[in-house]
Design a protein around this ligand. Structure first.
Ligand code: SPV
Ligand code: MN
Length: 628
């Protein structure tokens, strides 16, 4: 094997590889170099020259183009390769293994054969990049080393912005490294350098080997191994080791007298997760993924990433001033699937200013009204168009990002796109109630982040359903158990930025979330009182009024409060039925307590309805409390 590898890699790259004393790694690289048959192999040691080489190669190969602002580049994915491909993302399971009907799986042997057939000679004419990363801070108990093989300079470059470089970590760990492995090929490319064989797009996950294969695709969610592919392998590992891998941001909410309280938050994509984590005045550790461990009874979190692959649609100077500023300043940023104008600047749906009448984007040359092969009008940018950057480019990057001990979690937030049921912000009665009625019962109306129809209400436990690699019931049970091991479980909250009135108008401004966060921060320290309703604990008007003035300099009308925090009994009852039906019919290993807690909530709602009717103003519950 050694000689072969030396011949394929060349002396210099071979030396870089064997500097890492790990035969399993060498074999892995050798196997896929042999199978995929690239013209050239580049082993990246993370030296400034090597990093620069990857950046240049992405441009040389035409996968990225330079833009007017220094450091900015743009990348296009194919027109039909704009989001995660759920249908073709599958777990490869050995005989006897079962993840339940909700998870997409197939026979391991069959899947391995199929993917290895596709990989055969797939990198002919391409260069293979071998890159090492560390998921989580260096030298941390939380962290997982990972190796990525890819023939896409765009993927190798993106990972450089999104993950901590890990070559030195691999050298340090040597044979002790228990690493994840990712093999990616964009496959055959057309003249626009986008994947041609979309019909053979596959993302196959081998949990036993902690290896993920991704082929004939470029979209980051399918290809950036360390992001959503590592989520699958890590959730499985976490379940065995007793920690949690969540689809959550990590941010510090800045409270009174300089206090920082860290929150993690789970939201399905396009539901305000990134913009919440980047709110001005607060600071960010991560916008997407959290590794959470119980450290001596205290929940602590790290971000396995160090960058952001964020949705750009709707980013504007009023709502997202910090991102806006960064996106308009020099610095290393990869834009994807936005519109590139004549001036080599970029435009996206919902950007401030006049819309360009011409540009180049994921469908090629674009002018307003352009239609695709199916006759659908093509929007100016793709709704799932994104920007990729290192968190340190952001002014509000939190000082604890690289703390190997992680940060203490002061509160957990679940949010969804919900037009008619849940109040804007609410605290659960306790850990179990929060895990079940807010996390496990999380529903959201679908968005452009995955292929398929938009606007359909779907249940998405902890917003992690797409990435679960263990049966759902087991995952919920892990959460319940995790709370039992904590000395003082943090409060759990739900938020809903998307509530609409009877006329279909949003009831809150986008900026209102800043207030909900400050309120949750105070609740985390028991510094404001609450009103108890059948579904949870909601804010008092006076507190919100004060916070709206403080945070947004806004006069918050009591009428608005009453409408927004009205408990909608019928809708809540309907939600409980949907959630129950889902767990009853689709999740055979649901812990019994899930049904009990949902039933208790139902009974509280019915009781309230009998007393006060279908729509109950928060004042009613406040009076009820005062009478007791
Ligand atoms: C998401 O869709 O949840 C994302 C983007 O964070 S992706 O990388 O596609 O998963
Ligand atoms: Mn995500």
């Amino acid at each position: 094997m050694e000689d072969k590898l030396k011949t394929r890699l060349g002396e210099k790259n071979y030396q870089k590889l064997i500097e890492i004393d790990n035969p399993e790694l060498h074999q892995f690289v050798a196997k896929y170099v042999e199978l995929c048959n690239p013209d050239k192999v580049f082993v990246c040691t993370d030296s400034p020259e090597d990093i620069q080489y990857v950046r240049q190669e992405a441009i040389r190969a035409g996968e990225e183009m330079k833009l007017a602002i220094a450091g900015h580049t743009v990348h296009f994915d194919g027109y039909y390769d704009q989001a995660r491909d759920k249908k073709n993302t599958k777990f490869l399971l050995p005989p006897g293994a079962d993840l339940g009907a909700n998870l997409n799986a197939m026979d391991k042997e069959e899947g391995l054969k199929e993917i290895h057939d596709i990989l055969k000679d797939i990198m002919r004419g391409h260069q293979l990049f071998v890159r090492f990363f560390c998921l989580g801070p260096l030298k941390s108990q939380f962290s997982i080393p990972a190796v990525q093989l890819t023939d896409s300079g765009y993927v190798a470059h993106s990972e450089d912005l999104l993950y901590r470089q890990g070559y030195e970590e691999f050298v340090r760990l040597g044979r002790d490294a228990q690493f994840f492995k990712f093999v990616h090929s964009a496959g055959e490319l057309d003249e626009r350098k986008t994947s041609v064989n979309i019909d053979k797009r596959r993302v196959y996950i081998d949990l036993e080997d902690e290896t993920v294969y991704s082929v004939n695709t470029q979209y980051g969610g399918n290809t950036i191994g360390l992001k959503k592919l590592a989520m699958r392998t890590a959730i499985n590992r976490a379940s065995k080791e007793g920690w949690l891998n969540e689809h959550m941001f990590i941010m510090a909410v800045h409270g009174p007298s300089g206090r920082k309280t860290y929150f993690t938050g789970a939201f399905p994509s396009l539901c305000g997760k990134t913009s919440t984590s980047m709110l001005p005045g607060e600071s960010i550790i991560g916008d997407d993924i959290a590794y959470i461990r119980n450290k001596e009874g205290v929940p602590r979190a790290v971000n396995p990433e160090r960058g952001v692959f964020g949705i750009i649609q709707g980013v504007n100077p009023e709502d997202d001033p910090l991102i806006w500023k960064t996106l308009h300043s020099p610095g290393e940023i990869i834009f994807s699937n936005v519109l590139v104008t004549e001036e080599e600047s970029v435009f996206w749906i919902g950007k401030a200013g006049e819309e360009p009448k011409w540009g180049i984007h994921h469908s090629g040359e674009w002018t307003p009204g352009k239609k695709d092969a199916e006759g659908n009008e093509i929007s100016l940018s793709h709704p799932n168009a994104r920007f990729t950057l290192d968190l340190k480019l952001l002014e509000n990057c939190d000082s604890e990002l690289d703390n190997p001990e992680g940060v203490v979690i002061g509160g957990i937030i679940y949010g969804g796109r919900d037009s008619d049921t849940k109040v804007p912000v609410e605290e659960s009665f306790d850990w179990t109630h929060g895990v079940i009625t807010m996390g496990a019962a999380l529903e959201s109306e679908t968005t452009a982040a995955t292929l398929g129809k938009e606007g359909v209400r779907k249940i998405n436990p902890m917003s992690n359903l797409d990435f679960l690699s263990i049966p759902i019931g087991k995952y919920i049970a892990n959460h319940l158990n995790f709370g039992r091991g904590l000395k003082n479980p943090p409060p759990i909250f739900s938020v809903n930025y998307f509530l609409k009135d009877a006329n279909g108008k949003f009831m809150n401004d986008k900026t209102d979330k800043a207030v909900w966060l400050k309120w949750m921060e105070l609740r985390s320290h028991h510094e404001v009182e609450v009103i108890k309703t059948p579904t949870g604990l909601i804010p008092k008007y006076e507190d919100l009024k004060r916070l709206f003035k403080q945070v947004l300099d806004k006069d918050y009308a009591e009428k608005d409060y009453n409408e927004q925090f009205t408990v909608r009994i019928t809708e809540n009852l309907a939600k409980i039925e949907r959630v129950k039906t889902f767990y009853k019919t689709k999740v055979p290993d649901t812990p019994q307590i899930v049904f009990e807690v949902l039933e208790e909530q139902k009974q509280r709602l019915i009781l309230a309805m009998e007393k006060y009717g279908d729509y109950i103003s928060p004042k009613t519950f406040l009076q009820e409390k005062n009478q007791k």
